[in-house]
Design a protein around this ligand. Structure first.
Ligand SMILES: NC(=O)c1ccc[n+]([C@@H]2O[C@H](COP(=O)([O-])OP(=O)(O)OC[C@H]3O[C@@H](n4cnc5c(N)ncnc54)[C@H](OP(=O)(O)O)[C@@H]3O)[C@@H](O)[C@H]2O)c1
Length: 325
């Protein structure tokens, strides 16, 4: 088969369309003939040599895919061959075929085309697991989503609204904020010229935000904790602003607030499988009902992965960039 491989650690130019051996299914795995994958910021970090795949995972980039099951390993019924599915991967999506534990395979949500569906697994599982399982976001609460125009952000706005929360976002341009508004965000903050702490204090009548989904880490830590309401939950999922920062624990303590940091890719297979089942049960019906939609900025050929990476690095995409085989 063909795949995008890295000739070394570096810029987008290290990505090459090459011939590689076909994957074989291990016990409990299936092979998916990939119709499409999608770009995640983690792929850029892995390409640069900063985010190695977990032990045992494919060295090939790609954390999600949509396609058709073409082979099964031991303990998986042959009846699944020919099913159109999406999957959450630990790697290997930038290829014509990928092996994946069957527990991380999900149905294609009704009403979504196969290629477009490749935009869903990583953001749906990330957002669902953090907003529901970690933060227990509840009806009527305020959710602040940093990077609202990102792949994750566009899904977080919609799932936040579906859970009955009021949603505020930060983004770096009016165009992205307009897209966030169309997805259901009611407070739009341009992080380049507004202080989200001031805006959220005013919007919440001084009470603060109940849940923050944060992609920045260190640079936002202190202000994020200050922005939380009593019993607030800060969930850090990205470290775009660095890994180390000071935090006055008294601020947390006085509010009875909590800070969480999570990684989907590093979770054990059993946890990922459980998240996939919940996403199928909860998020897919919202998609079927039109309450949640994949946000696809554009669809490019998989061979153009290098160009797709420059788009993501430059912040030129709103939502997901999909790569079709
Ligand atoms: N922990 C996990 O399990 C997990 C899983 C998936 C993703 N993630 C993380 O989630 C984040 C989003 O992932 P993605 O693939 O959707 O990324 P993406 O589409 O590349 O988006 C990155 C976003 O960062 C925003 N940003 C840059 N500087 C900012 C600032 N100062 N304040 C607020 N936002 C800022 C950008 O906003 P503008 O373009 O508007 O400037 C952009 O929307 C990444 O940090 C990624 O590593 C974590």
């Amino acid at each position: 088969m063909h795949a995008i491989t890295c000739s070394g650690a570096g810029g987008p130019e290290v990505l090459e369309w090459t011939k590689v051996p076909d994957p074989t299914p291990g016990p409990g795995e299936v092979i998916i003939d990939v119709a499409a994958t999608a770009v995640n910021r983690a792929d850029l970090l892995q390409r640069q040599g900063h985010y190695p795949p977990p032990p045992g995972a494919s060295e090939i980039l790609g954390l999600e895919c949509a396609g058709t099951i073409s082979a099964v390993g031991a303990a998986i019924s042959l009846d699944h061959i020919g099913e159109r599915v999406v999957a959450l991967l630990a790697g290997g999506g930038y290829a014509e075929k990928v092996a994946v534990p069957f527990g991380q395979v999900m149905s294609v949500p009704t009403g979504v085309g196969l290629v477009e569906a490749a935009a869903l697994p990583e953001v749906a599982c990330t957002v669902w697991s953090n907003l529901d399982l970690v933060a227990n976001l509840s009806e009527g609460e305020w959710l602040l989503v940093h990077g609202g125009g990102s792949g994750v952000g566009t899904m977080a706005i919609q799932i936040g609204r579906a859970l009955g929360a009021r949603v505020a976002v930060t983004a770096g341009s009016k165009e992205k904020l307009d897209r966030c508004a169309a997805l259901g965000a009611e407070v739009l903050i341009n992080y380049r010229d507004q202080d989200y702490l001031d805006v959220m204090r005013e919007e919440t009548g001084g009470r603060g935000v109940n849940v923050i989904l944060d992609n920045m880490g260190a640079t936002y830590l202190e202000r994020n904790v200050s922005a939380l309401a009593r019993d607030g939950r800060l969930v850090i999922i990205g470290l775009q602003g660095g890994t180390s920062a000071d935090l006055n624990l008294n601020t947390l303590l006085r509010k009875n607030a909590s800070v969480h940091a999570t990684s989907l890719r590093g979770r054990p297979q059993s946890e990922k499988a459980a998240i996939c089942r919940q996403v199928e049960r909860t998020v897919w019906p919202w998609i079927h009902a039109g309450v949640v939609r994949p946000t696809v900025d554009r669809i490019l050929p998989l061979r153009d992965a290098a160009y797709a990476h420059t788009l993501i690095a430059d912040g030129a995409a709103t939502g997901k960039v999909v790569l079709a085989t």
